[in-house]
Ligand binder design. Sequence first.
Ligand code: ZN
Length: 458
Amino acid sequence: MKKSPKILVESKTKNELYELMEELYPICRSITGNGVRKTLNILKKKIPLKITEVTTGTKVFDWKIPLEWNIKDAYVKNLQGKRIIDFKKSNIHLLNYSVPINKKITQKELKLHLHTLPDKPNSIPYVTSYYKKNWGFSVAHNQLESFNDDYYDVKIDSSLKPGSLTYGEFLKKGKISDEILISTYVCHPSLCNDNLSGVVVSTMLANILSKIDTYFSYRFIFVPETIGTITWLSKNQKNLSKIEGGLVITCVGDNGNFTYKKTKYGNSTIDKIVNDIFKQSKRKTKTKDFFPYGSDERQFCSPGINLDVGVFMRTPYYEFKEYHTADDNLKFVSKTALKDSLSMLLKIISAIEITKDIKQHSKIKKINRKKSDIYLNLKPKCEPQLGKRNLYRNISKSRLVGKGNSQDLIEISILWILNYSDGNYSLNDISKISGLPIKLLKHSSQLLLKKSLLKKLN
Ligand code: ZN
């Protein structure tokens, strides 16, 4: 491999990354609403973002843009009138997308709406319910027993109305119009590693690239996870052939080692480049094979989109104990780690710049194929909306890989089947790749057949 030109990160950038995170941290973001707008407007001070609004109800592949959610305040008061759960202290306390409520309720009813993590009793979980109308609060499990009043005042001053979904985009034009895609998500409220770290590192990366000449064009997208990415992909279908490869940037602010999650087939040029850079660094790094859950790589690598997009992280999502809890705060991330992540990304970009020929599309791995039980995904462009078909949980809490219950396993197997059912893989092949039992895959494929999401080919 040729030596890449060095693009250096100035020392003041270290403070800039962290200060930007401090500014973004208090904002309550969600998949729609003013939190995302405010966030993107702050990023505009560093890069000339183009902001797009997509109206509620717009069809984006199998999904529709939901009602826009905004929040002013939320609390639970005890009989003495004291706020014992207070959104103003931490927005993680509120079930994200909660509908408005203002009433006195019994202890029993309140407890039906409280979310905790029994296996992390001191942590407040980040919980969402975007597609099913609900309200709720998150508290530390240890706090539950202190709720012993008979009645509580509950108020959630939110609104859920027709509006729009907002995303930001920045194109740094290069010598050629072929693009490298850098994607990060802007929908999480006050959580730092997941994913303000990805937001600030991507912003500063865009800022640095905007000042130099590049061979490739670089497209940065700042989108709400899942629905925002699906929206962006559906609105840019015509231009996707320009994308030669890309990275999702997430969880890059903790002190863990670098991790790279490969593109679907694991043999794309972008995979090779990241691997080479990791080797050259002589540091302890990790690569993971693709799996069809996690972040937005699941959309980019869906069978009908098929872009070579990998994931650049430090400790992967799901794997750090602070993940999706209020403990993923400003203390959990470090300035040094943020700057180090930015430097590593610049090394990867330098290598992309000198490789030039990125577009050798990854090849399907040859495996021993049993020619039966082959299905075709009938909604291959991104993930179909499984929630509306009762195939996915309505309340989203952190998932512990390996410790999943049977519902988790069904959801995961559904994602594997949908991602790999492009006519090339049988259920047996999917079982080999995923490590999931064939019996489970057969059961889940029946569910998908019933919902007309699959067709049997063989
Ligand atoms: Zn997350």
